[in-house]
Design a protein around this ligand. Structure first.
Ligand code: SAM
Length: 195
């Protein structure tokens, strides 16, 4: 059972997303959040390791961030989230605060192509969920920040296969990585750094 504040904010964000989709709000103005079962998987991946350091690229209003931060909190880890849309950043701060997770999660506001280059830290889990055309370049920027054994989870690899099949193929062909496509929800590529 998840903590009540976390569950309440997740449920509200799911309802807001449902209403906005039904109302035909354009994707650019919606949160474009992961499916709840993907969120639960992110929680599980973040919760397994003591002191886990998690990086999220593409945070939107904080739905996936809340799953990741709640997972990281289990064994004293932390989440660093990157987002460039100021309206979404304001919503992220309100939602993560309402979930009681502000102590476990930090938002860096700005273009990930710039902010990733300024990060002086290494990570155990990276969640990649920005624009699909940018995955290859964002992965290249995140790769040096991965600890050996570190995991990159990329969303939408089957829902956007026309763009992201090449991303999955490149990860699966790289001898420094082990990578598998997991057919959950919109498709996740789980990539482990071997060194
Ligand atoms: C699919 S949504 C993320 C949804 C979020 N992970 C969730 O499940 O709640 C993609 C987000 O990435 C952000 N984004 C896209 N390109 C970015 C960039 N270069 N730097 C920072 N944020 C970016 C968008 O503003 C958008 O909020």
């Amino acid at each position: 059972m998840l903590d009540e504040r976390v569950s309440a904010v997740l449920a509200r964000l799911e309802e807001e997303d449902r209403i906005e989709r039904e109302a035909g709000v354009p994707a650019s103005q919606r949160s474009r959040q992961v499916a709840p079962s993907t969120g639960r998987l992110l929680f599980a991946l973040a919760a397994t390791q003591a002191g886990v350091e998690v990086l999220e690229i593409g945070a939107s209003r904080g739905y996936s961030s809340i799953w990741l931060a709640a997972g990281a909190r289990v064994l004293g880890g932390r989440l660093l989230s990157l987002e460039h849309d100021p309206v979404k950043c304001a919503a992220w701060r309100a939602n993560v605060g309402a979930a009681g997770l502000a102590e476990w999660a930090e938002l860096v506001e700005g273009d990930a192509f710039a902010t990733l280059r300024e990060i002086d830290d290494v990570f155990d889990v990276v969640f990649l969920d920005a624009e699909k055309d940018d995955y290859e370049q964002l992965f290249a920027l995140a790769r040096p920040l991965l600890e050996p054994g570190g995991l990159v989870v990329a969303d939408n690899v089957t829902s956007h296969a026309e763009t992201l099949a090449a991303y999955s193929a490149a990860r699966q062909a790289d001898p420094t990585l082990s990578s598998v496509t997991v057919p959950l929800d919109r498709g996740l590529e789980l990539t482990t750094a071997l060194a």
